[in-house]
Design a binder for this molecule. Structure first.
Ligand code: FES
Length: 283
């Protein structure tokens, strides 16, 4: 599965979950507001019964006071309480209207943290894979004009380092192509026919970055001393094979390195150029 497909799937999943969250939240809010509205209507109706219901004589405070005075003196006064419907029972307070309950608070916190984590994960995944989509490491990278690159290699006496591809571009001798066609194939061999080889900078032993030793004209790993000749074939040390490499393509004189597919280095014993160390070793 291509990395762009993975990104697409990740984006779709994140969007789906975000949509689901918004939908369920709004549905809950609608339901809660409908319940609150119904309760409010019930309260209003009960209140209107009280205010517009059967009207009877109203007992005033003055009459109550008078009755109390008379009863203290041994006389009695009968007060007739107003008739009509009993007072409407008080409707319980609406928890939604009152505010957020503890359960709601925890539920919303969990959903919030979950959404936040999911969004962070989605953003991190997209950020991690973004260079692949925009043509960085993990995709085809244009290195520049082949003639200019080879010219720079000749003048500096060392392979051309392409940081964007984390790759050394080394020259491949034309008189070794015949031998190379028995050991290599595909886009690697095509590159050799064009006079270049693109070597991944990572040591195949334990992954250290391998620098070029200008005095020996070999790649020599400072970590455990693995050595590779100028075209990345293993010459010594604990490395289990030659340096891994990328397929290359030359179109209109421009060299491109395809860093989407790493090609394993040649097995121990492969020596197509016969190049020996040309001076003191660095590691
Ligand atoms: S990592 Fe390069 S020799 Fe061990």
């Amino acid at each position: 599965m291509g990395s762009s497909t993975v990104v697409l799937i990740a984006v779709v999943v994140v969007l789906f979950l975000a949509g689901l969250f918004v939908f369920t939240t709004s549905a809950r809010r609608d339901r809660a507001s409908a319940v609150a509205k119904a309760r409010q209507e019930a309260r209003d109706e009960a209140a209107s019964h009280v205010s517009h219901g059967e009207s009877g004589p109203v007992v005033t405070g003055r009459e109550v006071e008078r009755a109390a005075n008379l009863s203290r003196r041994g006389e009695s006064l009968v007060i007739v309480a107003p008739g009509g419907a009993p007072p409407a029972p008080r409707a319980p307070m609406d928890p939604e209207a009152l505010g957020v309950t503890r359960r709601q608070f925890f539920n919303r916190s969990i959903v919030g943290f979950f959404t936040l984590g999911l969004t962070g994960f989605g953003a991190a995944s997209i950020g991690f894979l973004w260079p692949t989509l925009s043509g960085g490491f993990g995709a085809k990278i244009k290195a520049g004009k082949l003639d200019e690159i080879l010219g720079e290699i000749r003048s500096k006496r060392e392979p051309f380092y392409l940081a964007e591809a984390r790759t050394w571009i080394a020259p491949y001798p034309s008189d070794a192509v015949g031998k190379a066609s028995k050991a290599y194939n595909g886009a690697v061999l095509d590159g050799m026919k064009e006079g270049v080889v693109a070597l991944y900078q990572k040591c195949v032993h334990l992954g250290c970055r391998v620098p070029y030793c200008k005095s020996a004209q070999w790649f020599e790993c400072p970590c455990h001393g693995s050595k590779y000749n100028r075209v990345g074939e293993k010459k010594g040390g604990p490395a289990p094979r030659g340096l891994d490499r990328w397929g290359v393509e030359v179109s209109g004189g421009v060299l491109s390195i395809d860093t989407s597919k790493l090609i394993q280095g040649p097995p121990i014993g492969t020596n197509t150029t016969g190049q020996e160390a040309e001076g003191p070793h660095c590691a």
